[in-house]
Write a protein that binds this ligand. Structure first.
Ligand SMILES: Nc1ncnc2c1ncn2[C@@H]1O[C@H](COP(=O)(O)OP(=O)(O)O)[C@@H](O)[C@H]1O
Ligand SMILES: [Mg+2]
Length: 228
């Protein structure tokens, strides 16, 4: 999970179509991108936002931890240099940030017909916080009544490929970065993603080990049915 120091304000992230799109008064779609660090979710979120704009769709990109007060607090604890927070407290902070993020930013945009792309959501908590030792049920309970995504795009790729990409990117070291932790996060992610699918939640598995263009094409294909 990458702690980005700069989170642009909502207005900077938004792309509005110059002409109102027929049917744009319908609630927007809530689309979540998930995957281990280095999978490509952040760069593909940007690509998809640009694509939505080129199709005349109003889109907005956002990420967890949010740019709000709880998100900033979480990022201060994600740094490998920080004194770690007790794992359940961290799980509750992520759930609290998610609730605030929905209420403050995501739901008002969806109500205006904007498609919201969110880089990480509940599945990230289920993967990372269970690996940190919090029981699945505790994480699930804390997130139980939150809005469900209209679609989750789950990026799967070998942990070694993601590690190479992170090395090239060269971002700040975080508490979840060690290879052994990434292996466990990847396994937990896979397990939790399959459980969501079995529970009937809309989730599409994307082979994220391919080129950026190939991954983007697969993502567009998965999203297109939601936009009609
Ligand atoms: N399909 C891809 N092939 C090669 N490199 C990629 C691909 N997708 C992303 N990258 C690169 O890998 C690094 C991690 O991508 P990023 O979007 O930050 O991943 P995430 O947000 O999932 O951690 C970045 O340097 C990015 O440019
Ligand atoms: Mg990222």
């Amino acid at each position: 999970m990458t702690a980005t120091t700069h989170r642009p304000h909502a207005a900077e992230n938004e792309q509005s179509a110059s002409q109102p799109t027929p049917g744009s008064e319908r609630p927007g779609r809530f689309i979540v991108l998930e995957g281990i660090d280095g999978a490509g979710t952040t760069s593909q979120t940007e690509r998809l936002l640009a694509w939505l704009g080129s199709c005349g769709r109003r889109g907005h990109k956002t990420a967890e931890p949010s740019g709000g007060p709880i998100g900033r607090l979480i990022r201060s604890f994600l740094s490998a240099a920080a004194t770690p927070l007790e794992p359940r407290a961290m799980a509750l902070l992520f759930a609290a940030d998610r609730r605030d993020h929905l209420q403050r930013e995501i739901e008002p945009l969806l109500a205006q017909g904007v498609t919201v792309l969110c880089d990480r959501y509940v599945l990230s908590s289920l993967a990372y916080q269970t690996v940190a030792g919090v029981p699945h049920q505790v994480v699930a309970q804390a997130n139980a009544d939150l809005r469900r995504p209209d679609l989750t795009l789950f990026f799967s790729l070998p942990v070694s490929v993601a590690a190479q990409r992170r090395a090239v990117r060269g971002s700040a070291v975080e508490i979840y970065d060690a290879d052994s932790v990434q292996q466990r996060v990847a396994a937990a992610y896979e397990r939790e993603a399959l459980a969501l699918q079995a529970a009937g939640e809309p989730i599409v598995f994307i082979d994220a080990g391919r080129t950026r263009d190939e991954v983007e094409a697969a993502l567009r294909l998965a999203i297109t049915p939601l936009l009609t």
